[in-house]
Design a protein around this ligand. Structure first.
Ligand code: HEC
Length: 109
């Protein structure tokens, strides 16, 4: 019996496991700075010119954080309420979920 198929199988398993951490390792904070900070500001307070022009939500506010569930936030990211663009087609699900977490991290005590 040749062990060629075995080696091919082993190669595939190794290739797959090497690419999995890359998938799990989506940096929500980086995505936030890249896509959201121009309106909502780095700290979420939306005190930017664009945030002010578009009436962007202050995401750091405790009251807002308490009144919105993770799925509310996910929905906002996907649909883009008001002047905000929707990201349903441009960001993967993993990226959208990482952004929900990044928005949660903006909460100010
Ligand atoms: C072009 C400016 C702009 C960009 C870019 C933007 N937003 Fe917004 N966002 C807004 C505005 C304006 C609102 C308020 C809309 C409203 O109240 O109708 C808003 C609202 C929200 C809300 C709250 C909705 C609610 O129900 O209170 C969340 C959460 C949010 N944005 C997250 C994000 C995230 C995360 C990103 C990046 C992926 C992002 N936004 C990018 C302008 C922007």
């Amino acid at each position: 019996m040749s062990n060629k198929p075995v080696r091919l199988g082993l190669f595939i398993v190794l290739a797959l496991s090497a690419s999995l951490p890359a998938l799990a390792d989506v940096d929500g904070q980086h995505l936030y700075r890249q896509h959201c900070a121009k309106c909502h500001a780095e700290d979420g307070r939306a005190n930017t010119l664009r945030g002010w022009l578009y009436f962007a939500q202050n995401l750091s506010k405790v009251k807002w954080q308490d009144n919105n569930s993770d799925s509310d936030i996910l929905e906002a990211i996907q649909d883009g309420p008001g002047a905000m663009p929707g990201y349903a087609d441009t960001l993967s699900e993993a990226e959208q979920l990482a952004l929900v977490k990044a928005v949660r991290d903006l909460r100010k005590p």
